[in-house]
Write a new protein. Structure first.
Ligand code: PEP
Ligand code: MG
Length: 570
């Protein structure tokens, strides 16, 4: 038995065999994408990043598991930095090879030498070389793992999972998700929560430690994974599974009640929607509309862009799922950790700070207008008995982006002869610049929706995909609460309402704080709605305000969380 810790990413417990996702075969016979200088730069960059990742992994594994296991990764890092290996790859590039082909040939050449060695130790290192080669190749071509779908419910374990990989595994075989990288706000974690399966991320070194057929006990609340649990650990996790089932039945009774505090202050509790599975789940958990329809999921798992009709059909379906409620559909939010497989783009040095969200849409107005057209057609097709369309733009940093986006919307509405009167328009507050200019944004639209996932990443300069820095970014931090309080004040003074659609909305302690700060709507993974509803119905609005005031006066996120976790119940 081995107990490993990571970060809790989706609540719940599971006991099931592990199913490991392996790295994909990368095509290495591709022509060079640029001149040798450019290929050399790509090679150096990939090897440096591989070494950096491996040093980080070594440190974590040493701390979490032991020195001996940590050394495995230090040895891997040494391969990535080996001057002879790197030198051989560069020679091959100078002879006309692509960076991918050069890495493959250089590593495979060394592998043969090692494998032929009489020393057992050296020949065992051959497999390590393959691991480092695959890591470098993965960095060169972008993230990729092959999805080998298991037959029975299993704990899916991977170094890293992209949203489309997660989405391509059928829900019925996912007992839980465990990754070596990522943070609770990475998209794989969000998907786990929306699937309603437990998840633990940032479990350093687990892939190396698993054998075929290992049993795993996953605790998505504590952020713990036990490999081959003994009798006691099994009993403990089985009890947790049964307890979660009992709580689910209790919450089910609140399903048709509205979201409000104990003293009747109304808070809309809406669902974040990423695809059909979310719509089905939302229908069973009492969601009051959607505060975020992530349209990008329509684009991710395919080879070409969806056409207007396909997009309109999805919007129609989303609207029809929530009669009498508002459905906030967000324009395409890709780039950074959500690359589009069918769009060839030069790699950006800092994708999270690059052409993503509304920036990408404004850079490609034709595609943007197609999408807006699809929204309006989807609403037209859904008719009066469906929910009410609201349109939201992601990742704005300056108010002129809103002006420009609205201009496109007005023009498209004109072309479509569509009325925009009943269509609310909103902006996501995801960058510090937008948060600080909330009043200006609110003056130009109907609502602001705070995307805490990205707002935290930019506020704390902590990559949401990097487990090593993810703990810095906590929405309970007093600075975050103060900033959200300012956004709400500025928006309300302009007559705009404020929602929160980042993961903070699905955390009971933070939901109390957000209500205390005056937020009007919380949108979250549908699976979290019952728990949040029960929490808010057990406290008054004043309880929330008092707890939030006390939290904001704390020195850090941990103490603020303690205060919020136990709001005074009047
Ligand atoms: C956010 O950033 O909080 C958000 C809701 O958007 P996404 O997670 O899709 O980036
Ligand atoms: Mg975001």
């Amino acid at each position: 038995m081995k107990r490993l810790s990571g970060r809790a990413a989706a609540r719940g417990a599971a006991l099931a065999p592990a199913a490991l996702l392996h790295s994909a075969e990368v095509t290495t016979d591709a022509d060079p994408s640029g001149p040798p200088d450019e290929e050399r730069r790509r090679l150096e960059d990939a090897l440096a990043r591989a070494a950096q990742q491996l040093h980080g992994l070594a440190e974590q594994v040493t701390a979490d598991v032991g020195t001996e296991e940590g050394e495995i990764f230090e040895a891997h890092a040494a391969f990535a930095q080996d001057p002879e290996l790197g030198g051989r790859a560069k020679e091959l590039i100078d002879e006309g090879a692509s960076a991918e082909a050069a890495v493959t040939a250089a590593f495979d050449g060394f592998r043969e030498l090692l494998a032929a060695s009489d020393s057992e130790y050296l020949s065992a290192r051959a497999a390590d070389l393959d691991d480092v080669r695959d890591r470098a190749l993965t960095l060169l071509v972008g993230r990729s793992v092959e999805v080998d779908v298991p037959d029975e419910p299993s704990v899916i374990v991977a170094h890293e999972l992209t949203p489309s990989q997660t989405a391509s595994i059928p829900r019925r075989v996912i007992a839980a998700l465990v990754t070596e990288t990522g943070s609770p706000t990475s998209h794989a974690a969000i998907l786990a929560r929306s699937l309603g399966v437990p998840a633990v991320v940032g479990v350093a070194g687990i892939v190396e430690l698993l054998d075929d057929g290992s049993q795993l006990a996953v605790d998505g609340d504590a952020g713990e994974v036990v490999i081959d649990p003994d009798e006691d650990a099994r009993t403990e996790i089985e009890e947790r599974v049964a307890e979660a089932e009992r709580r689910r039945a209790e919450l089910e009774e609140l399903r048709d009640e509205p979201g409000c505090t104990a003293d009747g202050h109304r808070i809309e509790l809406a669902a974040n929607i990423g695809g059909d599975a979310d719509l089905e789940l939302a229908a069973t958990t009492g969601a009051e509309g959607s505060g975020l329809v992530r349209t990008e999921f329509l684009y991710l798992d395919r080879d070409d862009a969806p056409n207007v009709d396909e997009q309109a059909a999805f919007v129609e379906k989303a609207l029809t799922a929530f009669p009498g409620h508002r459905v906030v559909v967000r324009t395409l939010d890709v780039g950074a950790d959500k690359p589009l497989p069918f769009v060839e783009r030069d790699p950006e040095p800092n994708p999270a700070l690059g052409l993503r969200g509304i920036r990408l849409s404004l850079a490609d107005p034709d595609a943007f207008r197609e999408q807006l057209r699809a929204f309006l057609r989807g609403q037209e097709a859904a008719g009066d008995r469906a929910g009410q369309l609201a349109i939201m733009f992601p990742l704005l940093s300056v108010p002129s982006e809103l002006t420009e986006a609205r201009c496109h919307l007005d023009e498209v509405a004109n072309e479509e002869h569509a009325e925009l009167d009943g269509v609310e328009v909103g902006v996501m507050i995801e960058t510090p610049a937008a948060a600080l200019a909330a009043g200006q944004f609110a003056a130009g639209c109907d609502f602001l929706s705070i995307g805490t996932n990205d707002l935290l990443q930019y506020l704390f300069a902590a990559d949401r995909l990097n487990a090593e820095v993810a703990t810095l970014a906590d929405a309970a931090a007093p600075v975050v609460l103060r900033l959200i309080g300012e956004v709400v004040r500025a928006a309300h003074s302009e007559g705009a309402w404020v929602g929160v659609c980042g993961e903070a909305a699905s955390d009971p302690a933070l939901a109390v704080a957000l209500v205390g700060l005056g937020v009007d709507e919380l949108s979250m993974t549908a699976a979290a709605i019952p728990e949040i509803k029960a929490t808010l119905r057990s406290v008054t609005r004043d309880d929330c305000r008092t707890a939030t005031e006390r939290a904001m006066a704390q020195p850090d996120a941990a103490t603020a969380r303690d205060v919020l976790g136990a709001p005074p119940v009047s």
